[in-house]
Design a protein. Structure first.
Length: 332
């Protein structure tokens, strides 16, 4: 049994793997295993891993999404702790050592949920990156920046450092979410199950960002929107859910109207619609996950409302402006 299981979920990340594996091999803390879950890549990712990092457990999977890939890796892990990584990352030499020391020095060990850290752009100076406060959500489940350093509601799904026992106990990542929002959902679940999330600003990792998914594509926007829906469906009580959903769908309708007015590709809307159709096709599974969460939660929605932002992320993050810029660039 190892102390740490590093779980890498990869999709067409061949161009990043040499650097990632090199920095894993250079870690000062050595009691770890590496589990490489490949989501049916079309490039040479698996061949590279097999040829250059044969000591890793290499698992070939259908492309079931990031959260499902993490769950597959966790099911094959032996470590006391799990740390989930994207393929488009690389680590400082003392990353594992610092994350483990931070985790084990936290005072109330029975109530520790997940731990993340600062993220730094490739080849940039980490000393110039300010400490991160983690994230929170708006009432519709969309991630926004946190303003309270003493209360971290959401942490990034990569890195997500958590005990293997706790990860199994809370049900792992929600496999209804293909990608984007699985970290919000898991962080939210940890909080309402009575655990706290933390950010370790004493360390960092380098992150390219969007290495597998790109920026603001139709499918990416659809996955972001749908991930928030799954989170509120799963984690809110019935009364709150019934109160929030009408406003959620009115907001979605306004989003469609804005796309039309700005003459942005309406295939964004059709991609989102496909996600909701898939939800209806898997409604039995969705209710099963919701039932598990509602039965196990120990914190009410009133507790959640004290932690989240009342300002909609759509406006705070200037989402429509970013989509418009991306669409203009692609079509010029």
């Amino acid at each position: 049994m190892n102390t740490i299981s590093i779980i890498i979920v990869n999709y067409n990340g061949y161009r990043f793997l040499k650097r990632l594996f090199k920095t894993i091999q250079g870690q000062t803390f050595r009691d770890f295993e590496v589990i490489f879950v490949d989501n049916n890549s079309k490039d040479d990712s698996v061949f590279f891993a097999e040829e250059n990092y044969s000591c890793a457990k290499i698992i070939r999977s259908k492309n079931l999404g990031y959260g499902s890939g993490c769950n597959i890796g966790a099911a094959n892990a032996t470590g006391k702790y799990l740390v989930f990584l994207n393929e488009d990352m690389y680590l400082p030499d003392n990353f594992l050592e610092n994350m483990l020391e931070f985790r084990e020095n936290l005072s109330d060990l029975k109530k520790i949920g997940g731990v993340s850290c600062r993220m730094v752009d490739f080849d940039s100076d980490p000393d110039l990156v300010h400490p991160t406060l983690g994230g929170t959500i708006d009432i519709f489940g969309f991630a926004v920046k946190n303003k309270n350093p003493k209360d971290v509601f959401v942490i990034s799904g990569s890195p997500f450092f958590i005990s293997r026992e706790l990860f199994a106990k809370i049900g792992g990542f929600n496999e209804m979410i293909f990608v984007y929002g699985e970290d919000v959902d898991l962080s939210w679940r940890l909080r309402i199950f009575g655990y706290k999330n933390f950010v370790n600003n004493n360390t960092f990792l380098f992150h390219y960002g969007g290495g597998a998914t790109g920026n603001f594509s139709r499918s990416k926007i659809a996955n972001v929107v749908f991930g928030s829906f799954v989170s509120i469906f799963t984690n809110y009580s019935t009364a709150t859910l019934l109160a929030v959903l009408p406003f959620y769908f009115v907001g979605l309708l306004l989003f469609y109207v804005l796309l039309t007015i700005l003459k942005i590709d309406l295939c964004y809307a059709s991609e989102i619609l496909k996600k909701y159709i898939s939800f209806l096709k898997n409604i039995k599974k969705a209710f099963s996950i919701r039932k598990f969460v509602q039965k196990k939660k120990v914190k009410s929605d009133f507790y959640v409302f004290r932690c989240i932002s009342l300002s909609p992320a759509f406006f705070a993050n200037k989402s429509i402006e970013k989509i418009g810029k991306n669409y203009t660039i692609k079509n010029t």
